[in-house]
Ligand binder design. Structure first.
Ligand SMILES: [Zn+2]
Ligand SMILES: [Zn+2]
Length: 240
């Protein structure tokens, strides 16, 4: 996805929904326009619809909300706060999680439709005589191979994003002075470079964020001085 957008001259990680809709749709449509009738019908039958996107957005919303709640809970417990359960009720946070879910679901659906168009084109190029049954059969194989890694990537990216966002908000909104350390898996060079600059201020960590899709690195906060921690009743923890 990032590569796809970069090839369209767009490098920002978070794009407005409309931009994603247009960029990916235009690229997908260009491929579909070049397909035979049977190719076009096959794409239509297999593509992700608006309903699929809505359903995915709801699933992501519940998942991301739960991850944010669990992350906040663990972070607060590690700081010594006696909290046993968190249910996010802060409307601003709920709206952010909702917007992220909608954005991700649309991006995932649009990317799928683009990849699907390329897959159909590839099958027809390989086997120009393929009828719709042959194409559907080959697509089934393509789809299960893609889902194996793609769902894992989506889960990782959404989980890390949700944790990251919740933790950053917690420290920022509570004005707790901490230093942030980046690391965990550090399997790519860019992430290793970020880690080489450890530690960072919270502002720097927020500006750097999570470096890329499927990154398995995270920001961890150095334990603050106990005297810098507000009492629980003065603490912001996503409760209304
Ligand atoms: Zn990396
Ligand atoms: Zn990384």
């Amino acid at each position: 996805m990032v590569a796809l957008l970069a090839s369209a001259g767009i490098t920002e990680t978070v794009l407005p929904l409309e931009t994603i809709r247009q960029v990916i749709t235009a690229k997908t449509q260009a491929i579909i326009d070049g397909l035979s009738d049977v190719g076009r019908l096959t794409h239509l039958a297999h593509r992700v619809t608006e309903d699929d996107v809505t359903e995915r957005a709801d699933i992501l919303f519940r998942h991301n909300k739960r991850v944010a709640e669990e992350s906040l809970l663990r972070e607060m417990q590690s700081l010594g706060y006696s909290v046993t359960h968190i249910q996010i009720t802060d409307p601003v946070v709920l709206r952010e999680i909702r917007e992220r879910a909608d954005w991700s679901a649309l991006k995932i659906g649009q990317t799928y439709n683009y990849d699907l168009a390329k897959a159909v084109r590839g099958i027809i190029e390989d086997t120009p005589t393929a009828n719709r049954w042959v194409i559907a059969h080959r697509l089934g194989i393509w789809e299960s191979a893609r889902n194996d890694w793609k769902e894992d990537q989506i889960g990782t990216t959404e989980t890390y994003w949700s944790r990251h966002h919740a933790i950053m908000e917690f420290y920022r909104l509570n004005n707790i002075e901490v230093r942030a350390w980046f690391g965990h898996s550090l399997i790519c060079e860019q992430c290793q470079e970020i880690a080489a600059g450890n530690p960072y201020t919270l502002e720097q960590a927020e500006a750097i964020g999570l470096h890329h899709v499927n990154c398995r690195d995270r920001w961890d906060m150095e334990d603050p001085h106990p005297e810098d921690l507000p009492p629980l009743e003065d603490l912001w923890w996503a409760q209304q």
